[in-house]
Design a protein around this ligand. Sequence first.
Ligand code: GRF
Length: 186
Amino acid sequence: PNVAVFASGNGSNFEAIARANLPINLALVVSDKPQAKVIERAHHHQIKTFVLELKNCLDKTDYETQILNQLKQHNIDFILLAGYMKIIHPTLLEAYPQKIINIHPAYLPHFPGKDGIGDAFKAGVSETGVTIHYVDEGVDTGQIIAQQKVPRYQTDQLEDLANRIHKVEHQLYPETIRNLIEKGEL
Ligand code: GRF
């Protein structure tokens, strides 16, 4: 299958996917941030990039329509969100039903939203986690595919917890994609 990764920032999850030797063709990286480190990482892996800023579009529908055109040009079969900080609207959801997957750095339904790690840390939980789920119109509400718990220790600084979560992400995301492909579900 031809796959697009959507990312807005660092791209460490993109990197983990790119290095995992998955039976996919990583055809395109889509970003809404021209300065994102993920762009550099994509070039390093010789993967094409498409950068589009919402501020240069008429509205969200125009923004997603332009992205959709790129996805069609590259015959993209499914989409992996990896730190993509925008809500997916019907334009893309209807074009890719059950074909858009996200990774969230908390044990959903706990701590959805932009700062899943910080929110769990502030709440003082002794356990949080990582969730891989299908994307729907809500924020981190779609059907859960895989989850893994991550402990939070008394002595943790936020950074310690964040590092522990990212480590789990980098292993769980590629592994989950591999399982879905092997089961013929992607
Ligand atoms: C990850 O923690 C992911 O779960 C969340 O955003 C972060 C992206 O990190 N959605 P990176 O850009 O992949 O390094």
